[in-house]
Ligand binder design. Structure first.
Ligand code: CO8
Length: 263
């Protein structure tokens, strides 16, 4: 594992929460603006954690002030379309979609523009009560570019997504909860602890089934419902080739806790 990152901090596993890794965006002076270098480091780190057999769940976070305030405006302001193409900035974003383990966004402060898109790239969002979400690109003369118009619309519906994208105004944590953008709002001081608790529940489930659940839920966005239900059923059948399925069901019948090995 490369620990020599300049824009992120990686903790492979947390001592109190085995199997849960933490990745922190770390450009505090610019509210964790998502430069190309940061995104390249992030995608490399997440792929490495995905390959690490000790890791079962990954938490992605920022700091108290910002999860991330968007793409790095200073890096983009004078760019031409060809500069944008040659920068290959979206290759890193595409790599994020290759991560098979659950990634939880723990959001305190601003999640704006690319920061909101990055949170939505994660499998679920838990936020502190001071968090603010928004797609403010319209205020600086551009549009969301890393999936914001699509993921936001699927998460909260057309009318609310239009309001956010066309006005560029932020919503607060409780609105994000009401609208279904995030799964849980917690006191901002305890965000990481609460997120680790959720992550460790998932980390104690059968890893193969966790992976297949993630795949099946994600198919809800990409396939017709009947095809996705068929896909889900095949994943259900597939779990019956795992030792963990036998362990899980036997443990239930024997009234003991299961011991999952990830096979
Ligand atoms: N890029 C670069 N620098 C930033 C960014 C950013 N996105 N956001 C904040 N900063 C910098 C500020 O310039 C400032 O730097 P300095 O201290 O040197 O002046 C520092 O961070 C602190 O920011 P503020 O002084 O502005 O702090 P405030 O508390 O007054 O305001 C806000 C906080 C409201 C978050 C404000 O900083 C803001 O509006 N930021 C910009 C938000 C924005 O427009 N985001 C969208 C960017 S475009 C985008 O994300 C497109 C995504 C498309 C693809 C993704 C590819 C990676």
């Amino acid at each position: 594992m490369n620990t020599d990152y300049k824009n992120i901090i990686v903790e492979s596993t947390h001592e109190d929460y085995p199997h849960v890794a933490l990745v922190r965006l770390n450009r505090p002076k610019v509210l964790n603006a998502l430069s190309t270098d940061l995104m390249n480091e992030l995608s490399e780190a997440l792929i490495n954690l995905d390959d690490d057999p000790n890791v079962r769940v990954i938490i992605l976070t920022g700091n108290d002030r910002a999860f991330a305030a968007g793409a790095d405006i200073a890096q983009m302001v004078e760019a031409s379309p060809i500069d944008q193409i040659n920068d290959n900035r979206f290759r890193a974003w595409q790599k994020l979609s290759l991560v098979n383990k659950p990634v939880i966004a723990a959001v305190n402060g601003f999640a704006l523009g690319g920061g909101c898109e990055l949170a939505m790239h994660c499998d679920l969002i838990i936020c502190g009560d001071q968090a603010k979400f928004g797609q403010p690109e319209i205020k600086i003369g551009t549009t969301p570019g890393a999936g914001g118009t699509q993921r936001l619309t699927r998460a909260i519906g057309k009318s609310k997504a239009m309001m956010m994208v066309l006005t560029g105004e932020m919503i607060d944590a409780n609105t994000a909860l009401d609208w279904g953008l995030c799964a849980k709002v917690v006191p901002h001081q305890t965000l990481l602890k609460e997120t680790f608790e959720v992550a460790s529940v998932i980390a104690n489930r059968a890893p193969v089934a966790v992976r297949l659940c993630k795949e099946s839920v994600n198919k809800a966005y990409e396939m017709s419902q009947s095809d996705a239900i068929d896909y889900e059923r095949r994943n259900f059948y597939l779990t019956f080739s795992s030792k963990d399925q036998k362990e899980g069901m036997r443990a239930f019948l024997e009234k003991r806790d299961p011991e999952y090995k990830g096979n």
